[in-house]
Design a protein around this ligand. Sequence first.
Ligand code: FAD
Length: 481
Amino acid sequence: MSPNVKMNAKPLSDPAYEVFCSIVGAAHVLVIDDDKIRYECDGRANRGSAAAVVRPESTAQVSSLLASGADYGITFVPQSGNTGLVGSGIANESGDHVVLSLDRLNGVMNFDPANRSVRVSAGVRLSELNAAAAVYGLTFPIDLGADPAIGGMIATNTGGARFLRYGDVRRNVMAVEVVLADGHGSVVNLGRDLWKDNSFLDLKNLFVGSSGSLGVVTAATLALQPMNTTRTTAMLAFHNTHQIAPLLLELEKHFGALLSAFEGISASAMNAALDHIPRLRRPFADTPLYTVLVELAGGAALNADWLEEQLAHILSDSIADGTITDVVTDRRNDLWAIRHALPEGLRAKGSVIACDISLPRGQVFEFRDQMIAAIGSRWPDLELCDFGHIGDGGLHFNLVSQKEPPAEVKSFIFTQTVKAGGSFSAEHGIGPNNINAYHQHTDFNGLQLAGRVQRTVAPQRIGRVDFGPRSGSNNFVSVQC
Ligand SMILES: Cc1cc2nc3c(=O)[nH]c(=O)nc-3n(C[C@H](O)[C@H](O)[C@H](O)COP(=O)(O)OP(=O)(O)OC[C@H]3O[C@@H](n4cnc5c(N)ncnc54)[C@H](O)[C@@H]3O)c2cc1C
């Protein structure tokens, strides 16, 4: 019999509970509040209430769960590292969902160093993968300030700070194993351990960025990159942002693929991190109006002194004419530690209105200027604390409020972004937090096609996102952005 559950979670029926226990063992069917709680809150502190959390340890168990869940009309929400930021990896608030956690599905990490690839279970964390890959001098080059697991990274198509050089997860996945939400728990392998393969439709990429709403990724083959053994990082201080886009082009022209990051940080975002996180070292006596973190990295044929000399050479004109007011270099990780601590700093400062937007690269700062004026005139109490992967046009246009933030701000920013030719979701994917923007800003024919694809691939409901047009009959959650 199912033990008691908390008040707003709908209890799992006894037959479903018994079947799930027979598949994964009673210790891995969690129905008590204290056991479930860490699976009910994601990287942005979105909260849900799960009827249960089930924790399979093999693809076969995932398959049996999906098949039997279909018999009981259960909607599973796949979850891996639980660092997602759009609410798509947690149950809704009314307790209808069963969270299918992949955290025990972490048994496989088979490296093929000659192929520079690895076969890996979906529940393996990025840090575990990279620690093991380092033994071979290799790395999975997606870099971010959280430690997600591979299944979730595939389902969200994680971008991160080194997108400029290596692209997102989509560009680095060779093959996926997926348990389909087809009512039978069919297992399908899509793609192969090959760098080039044009022998089939590229269906694996359907599951990349699918927000857990097309099936459960249980394993993948990932392309690996040689680790960079030589690196230099610099923070460049600017008193205005107008010369930043031309500088990016200049650095690309000079350094080509050696340029591995070009990250922007506003003074308010940097101060939020420096003021609230004591372990960070202050790079400048006075925080500049805007800072760009540049990383140059490559193999053993390079040396860091040469990289620094080359960087100094290419920046010399901008320093001489006052465009760049200060430069700090670093061969350790002190500057990156600041970059990765920005989200934590913002959360410590107040309520964050987080907008993960992107624009054509050359328009980022023009758009930013327009938005500073527009937000300032409408909501003067909000403080812009933005930062972003500006080398790829990504901008975390985050505002911090000391009170309950006005509901309409996010929708205003998303609308202005889309009007300017940008995206309201650059890299965090689609979920309850931005589903209204998805429906508002996606072409109706596109919505219809996406809905048809979803119903074909996943006729059994799974996950939190309905990619089709809204209909009165669906009860997927739509939260006001
Ligand atoms: C401090 C911080 C910094 C971040 N920085 C970045 C950044 O720079 N760039 C970036 O892109 N993201 C960033 N993120 C967001 C987040 O880390 C990514 O979205 C992450 O890759 C999600 O992986 P996860 O394993 O935590 O997934 P989860 O949170 O567990 O799930 C996320 C989504 O994937 C689905 N899912 C999970 N596992 C599976 C599976 N096995 N099969 C099918 N669907 C599945 C879920 O249903 C959900 O829709 C950041 C998050 C934090 C907290």
